[in-house]
Design a binder for this molecule. Sequence first.
Ligand SMILES: Nc1nc2c(ncn2[C@@H]2O[C@H](COP(=O)(O)OP(=O)(O)OP(=O)(O)O)[C@@H](O)[C@H]2O)c(=O)[nH]1
Ligand SMILES: [Mg+2]
Length: 231
Amino acid sequence: MANHTNSSSVPEGDGKIAENGVKIICLGDSAVGKSKLVERFLMDGYQPQQLSTFALTLFRYETKVDGKEIVVDFWDTAGQERFSSMHPSYYHQAHACILVFDVTRKVTYKNLSQWYKELREYRPEIPCVVAANKIDVDYKITQKNFNFSKKHDLPFFFVSAADGANVVKMFREAIKQAVSYKENPTDFTDEIMKELEEMDLKLSPDSGLESATNSEGKENGNVNDGATTSS
Ligand SMILES: Nc1nc2c(ncn2[C@@H]2O[C@H](COP(=O)(O)OP(=O)(O)OP(=O)(O)O)[C@@H](O)[C@H]2O)c(=O)[nH]1
Ligand SMILES: [Mg+2]
């Protein structure tokens, strides 16, 4: 099941994404329910009235997609960080994004454009899904049209962290899209990253190209004893 790492600065393993891992970030205004949605998905539990996310929370989750073992890192941050600008490392190498708003507060829907704009500055190509949260407050809201997702051609889900409606469906879609993006990145930098990762796997896990081959031209073994040495 899920491991949870709470950290006020850098998450577990320096935020390094596992080899078979994907990184999914959550974005949206404060109190729209980002943390509750992740918690709901991971634990199928819900405890209302918790404090705002302090700074950054990393939720690690292991699952299978098309029979393949995948490690998913959900990155969750406090919405108010928008006002002091989100640290670029939050976006770094993200494979998908979950954009959340609260159907009971119009302003959180309005602010989606700003979140989306910032996301696209850092990650122009990654898949993004939109979650309209808190539908349990009044289910009639699900008859309404929210054009933001149509405009940007993004999958849209009415969800509730409180009663769990569509939560699994929405997360499964985000995970599926993150995995398929990682396998076939459309962003130039990501393509290069993927090539480098594949080279690294063939050569040596922690070294650059030069140190990957020794003086006799032999490949180093896939040594990973957890220790790193500096030259
Ligand atoms: N009725 C209802 N309340 C919800 C739902 N999801 C979250 N809440 C409540 O909304 C409040 C904010 O939820 P959080 O998950 O902390 O929101 P957040 O987006 O993580 O907020 P920040 O960490 O400040 O950015 C809490 O009081 C939750 O109990 C939901 O689906 N329905
Ligand atoms: Mg939070």
